[in-house]
Design a protein around this ligand. Sequence first.
Ligand code: A3P
Length: 293
Amino acid sequence: LNDAEKNPTLVPHRGFNLISGTHDPDDVDQIYNLEIRDSDVFVVTYPKSGTIWMQQILLLLEAKGDVSAINHLNNHSNGDLIPWIELNGNRQAFITAPSPRLRVTHLQHQFLPPALSQKKGKVIYVARNPKDVLVSYFHFHKLANMLETPKDFDDFFEKFMRGDVFGCSWFEHIKTWYSHKDDMNMLFITYEEMIQDLHSAVEKISSFLGKELTDEQLASVVKHSTFNNMRKIPQASYEKVPDDLLSHQNGRFMRKGIIGDWRNHFTQAQNERFDQVFLREMEDFPLTFTWDM
Ligand code: A3P
């Protein structure tokens, strides 16, 4: 048994790890057969890359910057601003939902409907530098009750490097999705560019989606998507997610929201090993990452 198979919170399935109780493998397999509309938008991320942040931006773009559009969302359910396609029970609702159907997913490319690769619908891939992803994911494992609590940072570091986590290997995730960039209507955007210039990022997303917002409306989307303002909105900050899902006493979902926190966690030896693996895995990858502010 490898580590993922020994971990009771993970369900290895077709080369990917799902979360036990959260995802049903048979149901996940049915996602492939969903019919896609031109107006569908899928946000795709490896965990901890800014998924909820992108949810907030899309929701606000849809509402032309009107933050009260979030008010009707139920604080006491799992609080998702935009539904996960892979979450138990969400697939059926997708079939009959009115357009535009906005969805998020952490799944690998192989699970999504092939129509996306025939330029039907749109995909926004949000990438984040993997050292910060690892750190954010470590803290999230302490918070999230559906995931195994790591013994310590070193233990989690090893699991992440082996891909024995939900989402599997960060390297495989980004490389596979990126290799389909040209056969999809895909916007590839990074967490770091969103941090460095949120206004430009929001404009880019808006124009990718073909939205026409006034300057004032765009400014409102930006204003309500900053880290500090999202922290004040319970639906966006996950503060109201029930305790059986998140152990709030162990930390905050909206934790730091910065570039380079890995420097406070990685030992020098871990950093050297990470760099070696990164160089090997990402040798042919055309983009560079921002590791520090
Ligand atoms: P940290 O743990 O590094 O703070 P996801 O939504 O994919 O799970 O990603 C969560 C990460 O995105 C967390 O990172 C969280 O703080 C960060 N995040 C969420 N909203 C953000 C925002 N408006 N600005 C910057 N970072 C944000």
